[in-house]
Ligand binder design. Structure first.
Ligand SMILES: [Zn+2]
Length: 234
């Protein structure tokens, strides 16, 4: 699939060009943080620093982003799924899907909204069992997620010690493991560039590799979003 890009976008670090767009391809240096870049791009696409929901000005220090499909259901960190929202609108939206959010905003009473959100959250539990994330799609790209052989994905080769239970990395890893055993699906698809270099989902891929090392029944394929118009350079 192709991500939405602004017409121009360049980033320099110590005079080195680390991010740029050329002939519709976004080039990024491997050291640039992918999630941060997507957020910066989303702000560039939507222009000025205004909340897309309520129109209020968003100070740079408080830049927050809404995931159109909630992250909790695997909504990825790519520009197609990100809109600048102020903190207030963002926290109110919680885990509602786009259509649900429209309906939610049309309800006037607090209690009515609360009941509606509760009903939606129950309904949305089903999404967690959809192995192919078929709700991640649009008219231009079709389905975003493809099942790819795990050995085609480049990255997450370094083994990490996940035994320190207090570390942030370990908690994330445990969360992935818990989600996988409960729903028999990964919580999020992996994100790779056009050459299959991993951009998002390090811990998820690490988990799959660790699991394959220990178990006889291997995970052969993983849900992946391939960004055809993004290329990492080293
Ligand atoms: Zn707002």
């Amino acid at each position: 699939m192709n991500i939405i890009l602004p017409e121009n976008f360049t980033r320099y670090i110590e005079q080195e060009k680390v991010v740029f767009i050329e002939e519709g391809i976004l080039y990024m240096k491997n050291t640039y943080q992918f999630k941060r870049l997507m957020m910066e791009l989303a702000y560039a696409i939507y222009g000025n620093d205004r909340c897309y929901c309520c129109g209020s000005h968003i100070p740079r220090s408080k830049a927050t982003i809404d995931h159109i499909i909630p992250q909790d259901y695997g909504g990825p960190d790519i520009t197609n799924n990100m809109i600048p929202y102020c903190e207030k609108c963002n926290s109110r939206k919680t885990n509602l899907m786009p259509k649900q959010h429209d309906e939610y905003l049309a309800i006037s009473s607090q209690e009515g909204r609360r009941q509606f959100a509760k009903k939606c959250n129950l309904e949305n539990e089903n999404l967690r069992y959809d192995k192919n994330f078929s709700y991640l799609c649009d008219d231009e790209n079709g389905y975003w997620v493809k099942q790819c052989p795990i050995n085609k994905i480049k990255g997450a080769d370094k083994r990490i010690d996940y035994t320190n239970k207090e570390s942030k990395k370990c908690k994330k890893y445990e969360g992935i493991s818990h989600h996988y055993s409960r729903y028999n699906r990964f919580q999020k698809p992996l994100i790779v560039d056009r050459n299959m270099n991993l951009l998002g989902g390090y811990e998820t891929l690490r988990f799959a590799k660790e699991r394959n090392r220990k178990r006889e029944k291997k995970i052969e394929t993983m849900p992946v979003i391939i960004l055809e118009n993004v290329q990492v350079f080293y």
